[in-house]
Design a binder for this molecule. Structure first.
Ligand SMILES: C[S@@+](CC[C@H](N)C(=O)[O-])C[C@H]1O[C@@H](n2cnc3c(N)ncnc32)[C@H](O)[C@@H]1O
Length: 223
């Protein structure tokens, strides 16, 4: 494998226990106050992704299959459903996340399929099929990269899963706050090539310019 990026330091965000506990309290908050919980990297980054998908109307139609990996509360899919995308699936390995996402979409009368699936478990991944036109990930590859035990092989397993799920002419949209654009391109080069970068706000510090969040679109290498 040609992936030579420096591994991140492990954190509790790389464990299933952390997410189960976190979504358990988000379910309570939703039931008590109607608060849908955290949208990772804020609503603007979600909106930028949705606008990018909408702009590809000649390549991505509203009934194409779209899957959100590590969907959490499912808010990206909720917004896509409101924009009339109709073939939407959300997966997460946290049963509490899926319970929260199902409750929110039911309350909003939206038709979104949610499944509990571990993206590092090849049996779970095979059961999802291999026909997704858009595979989306916001923050999930980041979480997997923070696994305290063996992040490198987990990242590799994740990449294989995405390659399986994505159609030949599909798009993989990835948003990360832990990896830079060159690191993502390097890590995924065995399976995907860079198709486009979705511009995100940049900051300037001490003469250098950087981005807090990177949103990039990959396509399969033999496209
Ligand atoms: C940073 S949160 C992002 C949630 C959501 N995508 C968003 O943007 O608001 C990371 C999500 O990835 C999920 N996750 C982490 N590892 C996973 C795995 N191996 N399989 C499926 N889901 C996973 C977590 O349960 C959590 O919901």
């Amino acid at each position: 494998m040609s992936d030579t990026v420096q591994e991140l330091e492990g954190s509790e965000l790389g464990t299933k226990e952390y997410w189960e506990t976190s979504y358990k309290s988000e379910i309570r908050n939703y039931k008590d106050h109607g608060d849908v919980g955290e949208i990772w990297f804020d609503e603007d980054s979600q909106l930028r992704i949705i606008r990018w998908i909408e702009k590809q109307e000649e390549l991505i139609s509203q009934d194409d299959a779209i899957i959100d990996l590590g969907c959490g509360n499912g808010m990206l899919l909720v917004e896509l459903a409101r924009e009339s995308y109709s073939n939407l699936t959300g997966v997460d390995y946290s049963p509490n996340a899926i319970e929260l996402a199902r409750t929110i979409s039911k309350d909003q009368d939206l038709c979104i399929t949610y499944k509990v699936a571990d993206l590092l478990n090849q049996t779970d991944v095979k059961a999802l099929g291999n026909n997704f036109k858009v595979v989306h990930d916001k923050g999930t590859y980041d979480a997997i990269s923070l696994n305290p035990e063996d992040p490198k092989s987990m990242r590799e397993s994740y990449m294989r899963s995405v390659a399986h799920l994505l159609k030949e002419d599909g798009f993989f949209i990835l948003t990360s706050c832990n990896w830079t654009q060159p690191e993502l391109v390097k890590s995924f080069e065995r399976y995907f090539k860079l198709y486009q970068v979705i511009p995100t706000p940049s900051f300037q510090f001490g003469g250098s310019v950087g981005n807090v969040v990177t949103s990039i679109v990959f396509c399969k290498i033999f496209r």
